[in-house]
Write a protein that binds this ligand. Structure first.
Ligand SMILES: CC(C)(COP(=O)(O)OP(=O)(O)OC[C@H]1O[C@@H](n2cnc3c(N)ncnc32)[C@H](O)[C@@H]1OP(=O)(O)O)[C@@H](O)C(=O)NCCC(=O)NCCS
Length: 385
């Protein structure tokens, strides 16, 4: 309670700690990010998505043998059951791909041979299955959206090579797959963001992992969270010509509209993931299409202007989503797929947090301060005016 006798309301749970965790540290003041103690800069440079998944799930870097065993489990889990392909076939062209993803992932529980087994070992197996299957599901959604059909996964490819293969139906360019792998690494985990929290809320009722993750997917969809990279690219497309950038941003800010891909609840400085993506975007300019070059020019001008206007003064800096769009465009990935790809990467974070939280589970049940009327007398419907 505050001095006035009213409760302290933390809108959006701003500044509220919900649990102890040893998975991820976000230092929003220094602009640093660590998965299990390793800085994102080191992981981005040296690791792969498969290894990062192992690290996040098990809390340590794998030995070569451990990684090979883990990889085998991921590869074995790649094929999609026919009913999941049917779900994708039915919905892929009728709704947003995030909605199709939500339905497909929710349906995976039908293939779980023992839903009553809620042991840690069973949930670890489910997590590995989900990490693998989300890649296949998202790629297949993209394929059906473009009139294609399901392609059997290729066991000799890495997770992201296989993703591009199942999406496009041809062996991917190695550089594209490496760049996508980097995007998967950068999106793999980020402490108790909205979708992870949503996962935890659903799971804290002791609902199963599929239900919890489906809740995470639902929360990720919105433009304030996972949908921001698509929204940022839409803005760059609306700007069109780099010379229009400053006017567009000025008009948007004057109209009190948010610029997507900027600002963060925790980072009050440059998001370290945005720094890495920006460097990679600049490094790949040479052989890029005019489209990617133009998008990059717009992004850089928007970045300079936003930092000048809102950076130091308001703590609003570029986040991971701002430079992601042009990177995905360079790999040939369509805008609607950005958020589903985010989900396919973040699945490891959702599962790891859920398993960690279950070790010391308590149902989430916050309070609301009631400000509505009370003591009203019920009026029969015929007497109501
Ligand atoms: C990420 C985000 C949701 C954080 O939200 P938050 O901590 O609740 O902060 P708020 O939305 O309350 O914003 C605080 C102030 O900064 C402003 N602001 C925040 N992000 C802004 C943006 N991207 N562009 C312009 N102004 C912004 C708000 O308008 C608000 O101004 P006010 O105090 O004058 O009303 C928010 O910064 C945002 O909407 N960003 C755009 C979406 C995005 O990129 N999301 C991906 C995050 S990884």
């Amino acid at each position: 309670m505050t001095e006035t006798g009213l409760p302290q309301i933390s809108q959006g749970l701003d500044g509220i700690y919900i649990a102890e965790s040893s998975i991820c540290k976000v230092d929003g003041i220094a602009g640093r990010l660590y998965y299990r103690g390793y800085s994102i800069d080191q992981l981005a440079k040296n690791s792969t998505y498969e290894e990062v998944c192992y690290l996040i799930l098990y809390g340590k870097l794998p030995t070569a043998i451990e990684l090979a065993e883990f990889n085998k489990k991921l590869v074995d889990a790649r094929p999609l059951p026919p009913m999941i392909i049917d779900v994708i076939n039915e919905f892929a062209n009728k709704q947003d791909p995030m909605d199709t993803l939500r339905s497909a992932v929710s349906s995976l529980s039908a293939y779980d041979t023992d839903m009553n087994d809620s042991s840690e070992a069973a949930n670890l197996d489910r997590s590995i299955n989900l990490i693998s299957k989300l890649g296949s599901i998202v790629a297949t959604i993209g394929r059906y959206m473009n009139g294609g059909k399901y392609i059997e996964p290729n066991p000799s490819m890495t997770h992201t090579e296989n993703f591009l293969y199942m999406l496009n139906g041809k062996a991917p360019d190695k550089k594209d797959a490496e760049l996508l792998d980097l995007m998967f690494v950068l999106h793999a985990e980020h402490s108790s963001n909205a979708s992870t929290f949503s996962t935890l809320v659903a799971g804290s009722t002791l609902a199963d992992l599929y239900s919890a993750v489906t809740s995470g997917i639902a929360a990720l969809k919105g433009p304030l969270h996972g949908g921001a990279d698509e929204a940022a690219l839409k803005m760059m497309r609306a700007i069109g010509n780099p010379d229009n950038t400053e006017k567009y941003i000025n008009d948007a800010l004057a109209g009190k509209r948010k610029i997507m891909g900027f600002g963060h609840r925790v980072y009050k400085t440059y998001d370290p993931r945005a720094t890495i993506i920006k460097e990679d975007l600049l490094a790949l300019q040479e052989n890029q299409s005019e489209d990617v070059k133009t998008l990059t020019k717009i992004a850089l001008r928007a970045e300079t202007m936003m930092i000048e206007k809102l950076g130091k003064s308001h703590g609003i800096w570029p986040n991971i989503d701002f430079f992601a769009g042009p990177i995905y465009v360079s790999i040939g990935i369509q805008m609607e797929m950005f958020t589903p790809i985010f989900a396919a990467s973040r699945i490891v974070g959702w599962c790891s947090h859920m398993m960690e939280y279950w070790k010391n589970n308590r149902i989430f049940r916050p309070l609301e301060y009631y400000v509505g009327p009370s003591g009203l007398d019920y009026v029969p419907i015929k007497e109501r005016k």
